[in-house]
Design a protein around this ligand. Structure first.
Ligand code: ZN
Length: 193
């Protein structure tokens, strides 16, 4: 978040920019309040099932219409795994077991300023992999084999993680191996909205 207070949220005094704690920060000239820009923390999951990865098509900006790994912002008081389990439940109605931390990415805003971090975890469905619904901020969701991944991906973190996932996944097509039987997994279309 790059939003700055113009007036002190405690005493409504005018905010000025001054050096505090080794950086120029917004400071209240009346009561001395210092505004720290705390990092935003988001969590995303590479949820895998039968060699397929779960992707969500975004219905809102940023990156409206593009596909991304599921995830969202952490709330204060949450741990990353709990935040991801909540997001997966809210976004696509899936119960997911969260595994290892894969990587930590910088989070940037439209001006390419670093404003936080994105924690990426492994995950797998802890129950049925069927997707019962998609939330309002998504258009579609589905399970994708490595060679089915849409070209329109939303974020650099999604692209990076899917690239390394693809290079570590077996290739199912064209080499005589059978595709795994994954039951009636299919894309959720718009009519669920
Ligand atoms: Zn003040």
């Amino acid at each position: 978040m790059s939003g700055k207070f113009r007036y002190c949220p405690y005493c409504t005094g005018p905010i000025v920019e001054e050096v505090r704690f080794n950086a120029v920060r917004p400071v209240c000239s009346a009561c001395g309040f210092v505004q720290f820009h705390d990092p935003k923390v988001a969590v995303i999951a590479l949820v895998e099932h039968c060699s397929r990865v779960l992707l969500i098509q975004r219905a809102v900006d940023p990156a409206k219409g593009k596909w991304s790994l599921p995830g969202g912002y952490m709330d204060a008081g949450e741990m990353p795994q709990g935040a991801l389990m909540r997001e997966l439940q809210e976004e696509v109605g899936l119960s997911v077991k969260i595994g290892e931390l894969i990587e930590i990415f910088p989070m940037v805003n439209y001006d390419e300023e670093r404003i936080g971090i994105v924690l990426a975890f492994e995950g797998e469905p802890s129950g049925s992999p069927d997707i019962p619904f998609v939330a309002d901020d998504a258009q579609d969701a589905g399970w994708f084999l490595p060679d089915e991944i849409p070209s329109e991906l939303a974020f650099e973190s999604t692209e990076t993680l899917l690239d390394s996932w693809k290079s570590s996944s077996p290739v199912w097509s064209g080499d005589g191996r059978q595709e795994p039987d994954v039951g009636n997994i299919s894309h959720i279309e718009q009519d669920y909205k």
